[in-house]
Design a protein around this ligand. Structure first.
Ligand code: ADP
Ligand code: MG
Length: 727
């Protein structure tokens, strides 16, 4: 057999394990070795330069140009010592990936020699010829200028290749007129806003010593691994990251024998190597395990400050892909690479921690500390309740649509799971107000706040947003996403909510209420307002869809519709008021995201058409031909017609499926063309969503039926069981 599929299967059988060596047996010996971290800065920077960077990180203060020159010079020495020859600004444009454009340190001099140079200007700002990054109309291509600007709060690092090393400098990316063209710029603004709000509430009501807040994020990353040879024989995986066709295997995840099972040796080697490379870059990976679906895995780092956690996650995804290739694997980060088995997410564990070392989302032992906990806990619930649609929009993507709201996926309803204990606490809390409302002022007693003992087993894996003991876990984020999208929204709405809370409480205090009374009464009101978003049951069940509808919660199933929340009046007010996005920036982003959706679906449509016409139908016809020849020869030697009824049946079935595929493909191509005639990008996106995409299912249905019938040897695309089980 010479088809790619069978060659690939051969290749997989003969894969050799790749030796992996760590710089040292102890991770602590080499953790951060390729990062220009505090230790490296102390060694390579003058005292002034060190202090300037330190203050920029800790206090957000500006670094002037002469100091920037010193920092650049120190950074260059460090990088050259490490063997780096190039440097790049490393940024996160709205394509979802990271971007880099390398420049050599080396510069020829007039006397025919050369030197290694790196100036403060090159460190602080660059003007990449960035005309091809999405800007949503914020920049004309003839006016290609976009600027990258250094983000000192995320340390520079060295990316190692097999034959070269590059100094990478994390930066934001903005247009000539200052509008954000990336994820990092608005993220930093959102974090700044929420930090101020947290400090304000904490220091006014609970603890004057709170002068800084640390917004923490731990990102669990799910992914699939597929052998590279098999992957290369699947054009759909190559071009779209997911299988557009493929009959479900007899065995999927129903035995649940993969979850937390022993890690296959080749996968284990891959994990060890990407962990080593991650440690060198300061990514604090702690956990690795098999996930529920066959060939699905997860890794998770220790939580870090949000901006750093996101840079690390972006870097991690890049590393995983590079290291996987060395081990003959391809990493699938797509949210739903295979129908019929689980998809992948990127759980965002989020909490708020003060400079006094208190996790504000961790219940305390005393009523006072619990009032502080309840303040942040309830405000978070209220924020998500009031901006559920924005939260939904923040995780919307063509890939994640298969995980949310589609068949065999959880619904796209935003709800919050808080566990039985806290659910009861909030219930009592708000009921208490009702029963004593006639005498509200004096009846509120801080000592009535119960001690909160959390039950660790109280978990709900079906909730899109779950409280898990000392943090909220935003579980609906897609595995391929840049977490910044979700974190910009979550931190912005939290900042806004805390500010509103402060205004309300202050007003009550001004009217003569005691501080605790004021806080409690506002919190009670919030619990009442947001109760309908709390849900403790099975979020994947049909009953929840009905119940949620009764409660008036939205269930926005598709990306083009979900994105509308970004440009509603409410959202624009919220983002503008808190200094995160201007209205123009939101319009541009909206346009980019709709456009991105269109491109993704269009690529899938074109590829599916191509696979159907050039692979599925020819394979079907070959087999039909074979059957016909068989029938003809049986007839020629006088066999009774009854004896070859089975062949007839197959011949007919093949014709039926082939015809239906062919007409559906024609229809799909037509709808694809029509979609581009819509009035605007949003309408085009809607057309792709509701007119083009549904035909995918029809084509797939008939293709999968053919895969079931057709002789195995004639089927050229690796089958699900091979992709999922051959290692
Ligand atoms: P799970 O049971 O969901 O896998 P883990 O205990 O393994 O939960 O934690 C998952 C992630 O949550 C890890 O990345 C961890 O560092 C992170 N995490 C733990 N505490 C916090 C916190 N206070 N803030 C943010 N993330 C946290
Ligand atoms: Mg988890």
């Amino acid at each position: 057999m010479s088809t790619l599929r069978f060659k690939a299967l051969e290749t997989v059988q003969h894969r050799k394990t790749i030796n992996v060596t760590a710089p040292s047996a102890k991770v602590s010996d080499y953790f951060n070795m390729n990062v220009f971290n505090d230790d490296a800065m102390k060694t390579y920077l003058s005292k002034d330069a060190y202090l300037a960077v330190h203050n920029a990180i800790k206090k957000g203060s500006k670094i002037d140009r002469s100091i920037a020159d010193q920092v650049a010079s120190g950074m260059k020495s460090w990088a050259l010592n490490k063997g780096a020859s190039h440097y790049t600004h490393w940024f996160q444009p709205l394509t979802g990936a990271t971007a880099e454009k390398h420049d050599a340190f080396f510069e020829p001099t007039e006397d025919g020699r050369s030197v290694e140079k790196f100036s403060g200007n090159a460190l602080v700002q660059q003007e990449p010829d960035a005309s091809s990054f999405p800007s949503g109309g914020l920049r004309n291509t003839f006016e290609a200028r976009g600027y990258t600007a250094w983000d000192p709060s995320s340390p520079a690092f060295i990316m190692e290749g097999a034959n070269g090393k590059t100094l990478c400098i994390p930066t934001i990316f903005v247009s000539y007129t200052g509008e954000a063209l990336d994820y990092k710029a608005p993220l930093l603004k959102a974090l700044h806003a929420v930090e101020n709000a947290v400090i304000n509430v904490c220091s006014t009501y609970f603890d004057k010593k709170v002068t800084k807040a640390f917004i923490s994020l731990g990102i669990e990353q799910e992914y699939f691994l597929v052998d590279e040879a098999l992957f290369n024989a699947r054009p759909d995986l190559m071009l779209t990251g997911r299988t557009l066709l493929g009959l479900s295997p007899e065995k999927g995840q129903q035995l649940e024998d993969h979850y937390f099972g022993s890690i296959p040796p080749r996968v284990y080697d891959f994990m060890i190597e990407f962990e080593i490379e991650s440690y060198k870059l300061g990514i604090p990976l702690k956990t690795r395990h098999n996930e529920v679906a066959p060939s699905q895995f997860e890794c998770a780092p220790m939580f870090e400050e949000v901006n750093l956690a996101i840079d690390h996650n972006q870097l991690l995804m890049d590393l995983m892909e590079k290291i996987a290739q060395k081990h003959g694997f391809k990493v699938l980060l797509h949210e739903k690479p295979f129908a019929g088995v689980n998809g992948s997410g990127k759980h965002n564990n989020w909490s708020l921690i003060t400079n006094t070392g208190v996790n504000l989302l961790s219940p305390g032992k005393t009523p006072e500390t619990n009032l502080q906990f309840l303040t942040f806990f309830i405000n978070a619930i209220k924020a998500v309740h009031d901006h559920a649609d924005l939260m939904r929009a923040s995780i919307a993507s063509a890939g994640n649509d298969h995980r949310l709201g589609a068949n065999e996926a959880p619904p796209a309803i935003m709800s919050i799971f808080i566990g039985t204990q806290l659910f009861n606490v909030l219930n009592d809390f708000s009921n208490n107000k009702k029963s004593k409302s006639s005498n509200a002022k004096s009846s509120i007693d801080i000592n009535k706040i119960p001690e909160i003992l959390l039950d660790n087993t109280d978990r709900n894996r079906t909730s899109p947003f779950a409280f898990t003991g000392n943090k909220f876990e935003f579980r609906a984020v897609g595995s391929a996403a840049n977490s910044a999208s979700a974190m910009i929204v979550l931190n912005s709405i939290m900042a806004d909510q805390l500010n509103k809370f402060k205004v309300k409480v202050d007003a009550l205090i001004k009217k003569g209420n005691k501080k605790e009374e004021a806080i409690i009464s506002v919190l009670k009101e919030y619990v009442k307002d947001s109760k309908n978003i709390l849900f403790e049951g099975n979020g994947y069940g049909d009953e929840w869809v009905k119940e949620a509808k009764k409660r008036g919660l939205s269930n926005i199933k598709t990306t083009p519709e979900a994105l509308n929340a970004y440009i509603s009046k409410n959202s624009k007010d919220l983002f503008e008021k808190n200094g995160i996005f201007t209205s123009r920036e939101l319009d541009a982003r909206y346009e980019i995201m709709q456009e991105n959706y269109v491109k993704k679906i269009e690529i899938e449509a074109k590829l599916l058409a191509q696979l159907a016409i050039s692979h599925v139908i020819p394979a079907a016809l070959s087999y039909q031909q074979k059957l016909s020849e068989n029938v003809a020869s049986l007839k020629a030697i006088g066999i009774n017609k009854k004896k070859y009824e089975a062949q007839f049946k197959f011949i007919e079935q093949i014709s039926t499926h082939v015809n239906l595929i062919s007409t559906s493909v024609e229809k799909m191509i037509h709808e694809n063309e029509q979609a581009h005639h819509a009035q605007n990008t949003h309408k085009t996106a809607l057309a792709f969503c509701h007119k083009v995409k549904p035909l995918f299912d029809v084509i797939r249905h008939h293709s999968d039926a053919l895969e079931f019938i057709i002789e195995d040897d004639l089927w050229k695309l690796p089958k699900y069981r091979e992709l999922l089980f051959v290692k």
